[in-house]
Ligand binder design. Structure first.
Ligand SMILES: Cc1cc2nc3c(=O)[nH]c(=O)nc-3n(C[C@H](O)[C@H](O)[C@H](O)COP(=O)(O)OP(=O)(O)OC[C@H]3O[C@@H](n4cnc5c(N)ncnc54)[C@H](O)[C@@H]3O)c2cc1C
Length: 393
């Protein structure tokens, strides 16, 4: 039996593992943490909706058939010549490796951005951002420094917009609890492009912007960040925005380990794959999710959990097919829709070609959580993770 190593227990890696379990195929899964994190809900974790630890599930709870070996280790390189994945603690030889290590922030060379901003990428960074905001609000009571209550979020894609929506629903309660007038805090979203949420139609972009503005978010499109310093964002216009909380969500690139391992990568560091999600450089390596540069309609697919999950399923089938010398199946992406939450109640998006907004879109977004949990472990997982499914006020 071929030895299979899955690298990264994200949306793609976990789904691949579940397929192997179904096929009674043993595998090894190497991940930095002992848990799978719900990255698509991190804006809620950072924005105070539920406890941070509600946004993860232990891998041992997902993989219960004891067919798999789950290893908590940080991968540092991939030795393609020797066919082994090298971690900080051990080495993992493979006949087939599936790589799904997710993304790293893209800073576009903006000076100071990586040093002086926080990024919403993992459970730890969500915890860091939330704790930082709480500390700033508390410290404001002592020194009345207004920049402590100003939050600048760079980037108006899904992550940035969902995060400001969450903040604007969370901060009034936080200020009230600490005895600070809640009209004093300020949430700014700064975006270089002319519109927010580029994946949506113009009509939905306008709807989303007006909802957020009516809640009190300052949306600043056509506004380029040129530099970031400690507690200060420099704009192209010459304006300097003083803020003690600066969060960058403006772009991602693939985990740098792919480039380091010598894969042929695109401009965003994603490794090029063929129609079967197999590396163009190595038939024993399959690449999924944010790490794969899969060309569809002439362009690489966007980095989304929706696609990572689909890739995880296909890749497991293709690894088994390749090892059994049967026919592999081309990956057929199905973009089912895009939904953005705009705080705890409402949202905006496109589902199955139909535009939706307001409370129905908010509800549809909640249903995507149930769907994902169901894929992960049926009713057992849905009821175990019921807390993130409950709206709190
Ligand atoms: C706030 C936010 C909201 C989002 N909302 C949506 C949404 O609504 N819909 C949508 O489709 N997409 C959304 N996305 C994008 C989506 O989360 C990603 O596209 C998706 O997580 C990619 O899945 P993946 O399997 O490629 O990698 P990931 O899910 O990122 O998983 C990578 C795994 O690799 C592990 N890892 C990383 N480095 C190492 C290492 N060196 N060694 C070992 N393990 C390592 C990580 O711990 C993680 O478990 C959102 C992203 C963010 C940040």
């Amino acid at each position: 039996m071929a030895s299979i190593v899955i690298v990264g227990a994200g949306y793609g890696g976990v789904m691949a593992g579940l397929q192997f379990e179904k096929a009674l195929q043993p595998f090894t899964l190497v991940n930095k943490h002992s848990y799978h994190q719900f990255i698509t809900w991190l804006h809620e974790a950072a924005g105070g909706r539920h406890q941070i630890d509600d946004y993860k599930v232990e891998l041992s709870e997902i993989f219960r058939q004891r067919l798999s070996t789950i290893i908590k280790d940080e991968v540092v390189s991939i030795d393609r010549t020797q066919r082994k994945v090298i971690g900080k603690h051990d080495e993992y030889p493979y006949d087939y490796a599936i790589i799904g290590l997710g993304s790293a922030p893209e800073f576009f060379g903006i000076p100071g951005l990586s040093q002086y901003s926080m990024q919403l990428r993992s459970l730890e960074t969500a915890r860091q951002i939330r704790t930082h905001i709480e500390q700033q609000v508390k410290a404001y009571r002592d020194d009345r420094d207004q920049s402590r209550l100003r939050i600048v979020v760079g980037g108006a894609g899904l992550t940035g917009i969902e995060f400001v929506g969450e903040l604007i629903d969370w901060l009034p309660g936080l200020c009230n609890r600490l005895g600070i007038p809640n009209h004093l805090f300020e949430v700014q979203n700064v975006e270089a492009a002319p519109a927010i949420l580029p994946a949506l139609s113009e009509n939905l972009q306008h709807k989303a912007q007006s909802v957020l503005e009516s809640k009190g978010v300052r949306i600043r499109t056509n506004t380029k960040i040129t530099q970031v310093m400690q507690d200060a964002v420099y704009l192209e216009s010459g304006e300097i925005v003083e803020a003690k909380t600066i969060v960058w969500t403006g772009g991602v690139r693939a985990n740098p380990l792919l480039q380091d391992a010598g894969f042929t990568c695109d401009g965003r560091g994603r490794a090029k794959v063929n129609e079967y999600l197999q590396s163009v450089d190595d038939e024993h390596i399959f690449i999924i999710g944010d790490n794969a540069s899969f060309i569809s309609a002439g362009r690489p697919l966007p980095p989304t959990a929706q696609l990572a999950t689909q890739m995880g399923v296909t890749v497991a089938q293709n690894v088994l097919a390749h090892s059994n010398q049967t026919t592999m199946k081309p990956f057929e992406p199905k973009i089912l829709g895009t939904l953005a939450s705009l705080g705890r109640d409402v949202g905006v998006g496109l589902v199955g070609g139909v535009q939706t907004s307001g409370a129905p879109a908010g509800l549809a977004k909640e249903l995507t959580k149930v769907k994902y949990l169901w894929q992960l472990g049926g009713m057992r997982m849905v009821s175990r993770n019921r807390k993130p499914l409950v709206r709190e006020y």
